[in-house]
Design a protein around this ligand. Structure first.
Ligand SMILES: Cc1cc2nc3c(=O)[nH]c(=O)nc-3n(C[C@H](O)[C@H](O)[C@H](O)COP(=O)(O)OP(=O)(O)OC[C@H]3O[C@@H](n4cnc5c(N)ncnc54)[C@H](O)[C@@H]3O)c2cc1C
Length: 474
């Protein structure tokens, strides 16, 4: 058996639980095969690539279950509650912070067989089970003349349930918003095996919005089984624009002014000088500049007006459509980590958000903080999501740990510097990847007194602490 780096314990009643699962669900929905246990021993948390290369895993589950209906999920949660055995909801496993790692052993519940979907055209609503794959959902909608507008870079490996649980956001967010803006209704199973259904309405004032309790819940309250989301008619018009600016401040200020005027380009990405060189190497005129790509889309009349506003406000040289086409073609490629990890290079990305008034300060503080760690080869960022109030910076660092420093120690040092610099600069420690197991150590500082509230809510819903125990540190 391989070493398990994060494993805390093995549940006492696991054999009973497996027996009951097999009686209730049948053997086609459960597995204890080593290959399956290995597949669910990790997610896409990048430091774990280094562990896997050394023949170590984060933690094995004891059993994997693939429910096919919400009734199956009810049975699983009931059994887990009765036996006091941990349950970890699992979607695509593309989470990047260890949120789905079964650190206390127990049952991994992969919901991907639950993927039914239907469109309610007059209401502009899609209803789908949460195991549905992101790309499949968007393609299904596109074929019927609609879009959800939720295109994360992980569109292909992630699921609807994972999007809600991590509060994910897509590349077209400046127009369509994040998953929280799309969610109208939700169904989830919570301990001791109870279905909670909050129906979709255009708006409702029926107490605190409990739908939102599950947004960003990272699998600690229950298993989300279904959701109702807003959809849009597929855009009839699309304009591609790009610019080269002298400074990051010029580009940020241009976007700030565009949003103040009420225009909502779907995609806006501002790359610092390092990332412009890396992504737009084909375009000589962008060399040494800050590159921006913008896509405006929607109803032709509205899109034309928004395009004019972008052209009026952007401080930078127009670079035309080609850089945007290049971005569209390359935006899902993430091969660097698997190429460089075997060479010992440690890479990760860190996304944070900040108000406009602190934006440039935060960018420089975080880049410099990461660069101050011995071994860091580069630290860079692009601004990837925008609001009238501020911006998300998506930092990337890469480095080689110095002699006698392990990859994990090096990784933690860089993260610690970045998180502290973010908090000191007035930012929030996560914009969309969430907390998981890795970021939990900085969550209490960010939430302050509200962290205790989060813990209390968790323990009221899940009194035996069986639903994704340890995640987010609660
Ligand atoms: C290459 C790459 C690019 C990425 N790009 C983006 C991006 O553009 N935007 C973005 O927001 N994120 C991005 N991510 C992060 C990740 O894809 C998202 O967090 C995504 O929402 C995770 O979905 P998943 O189905 O893979 O969830 P998983 O990794 O399986 O799970 C993530 C968390 O959600 C919980 N969970 C999963 N399903 C359920 C459910 N049905 N009920 C309750 N809890 C559940 C798990 O327990 C876990 O805590 C990227 C990741 C990678 C690897």
């Amino acid at each position: 058996m391989l070493d398990e780096i994060m494993k805390k314990s093995k549940p006492k009643n696991i054999e009973n639980a497996i027996k009951k699962l097999s009686e209730k669900l049948g053997n086609k929905k459960i597995s204890i095969k080593p290959a399956d246990l290995f597949s669910y021993s990790h997610d896409y948390w990048l430091i774990t690539f280094h562990w896997l290369l050394q023949g170590k895993v984060p933690a094995f589950p004891d059993v994997v279950v693939w429910p096919e209906s919400r009734e199956d999920v009810v049975e699983i949660v009931k059994i887990a509650h009765e036996e006091g055995v941990p349950v970890y909801p699992y979607g695509g496993g593309s989470g990047v912070l260890g949120g789905a790692i079964p650190e206390y052993g127990g049952i991994v519940v992969d919901v991907k067989r639950m993927r039914s979907v239907q469109v309610h055209e007059e209401d502009l609503v899609v209803e789908a089970e949460t195991g549905i794959n992101g790309h499949y959902l968007e393609e299904y909608l596109n074929k019927r003349g609609y879009t959800l507008g939720q295109i994360p870079q992980s569109l292909y490996p992630s699921t609807l349930g994972g999007w809600i649980a991590t509060k994910a956001i897509g590349q077209f967010s400046t127009k369509y918003g994040g998953i929280e803006d799309m969610l109208l209704g939700i169904e989830a199973v919570i301990p001791p095996g109870k279905i909670v259904e909050l129906k979709p309405h255009p708006r409702t004032a029926t107490g605190p919005d409990l739908r939102k309790l599950f947004v960003g819940s990272e699998g600690i309250f229950g298993i989300i089984t279904k959701a109702w989301l807003k959809i849009w008619p597929y855009p009839e018009e699309r304009f591609l624009m790009s610019f080269a600016s002298e400074t990051l401040e010029d580009a940020l200020d241009s976007v700030r002014r565009i949003l103040r005027r009420g225009a909502k380009p779907a995609v806006v990405r501002i790359y610092d000088k390092i990332e412009t060189k890396r992504h737009f190497y084909k375009f000589d005129e962008m060399y040494g500049k800050v590159g921006t790509v913008i896509i405006v889309e929607g109803d032709p009349k509205i899109a034309r007006t928004e395009k004019e506003i972008v052209e009026e406000e952007f401080k930078g040289k127009p670079m035309g459509e080609e850089p945007v086409k290049h971005w569209l073609e390359t935006r899902f490629i993430v091969k660097e980590v698997s190429e460089f990890a075997p060479l010992g290079v440690v890479i990760d990305t860190i996304e944070v958000a900040v108000n406009w008034s602190n934006a440039a300060k935060l960018y420089y503080n975080v880049v410099n903080a990461m660069k101050s760690v011995k071994g860091v080869l580069f630290a860079s960022a692009h601004a990837s999501h925008f609001y009238p109030q501020g911006v998300c910076f998506y930092f990337t660092f890469a480095g080689l740990p110095p002699k006698n420093v392990s990859a994990t120690e090096f990784y933690n040092q860089v993260w610690d510097k970045a998180m502290k610099a973010t908090l000191e600069s007035g930012g929030t420690i996560s914009h969309h990847h969430g907390i998981g197991r890795h970021r939990a150590k900085w969550l209490a500082e960010e939430l302050d007194g509200a962290y205790e509230l989060l813990k209390k809510i968790k323990h009221v819903i899940d009194e035996k602490n069986i639903i994704n125990p340890g995640n987010m540190g609660v």
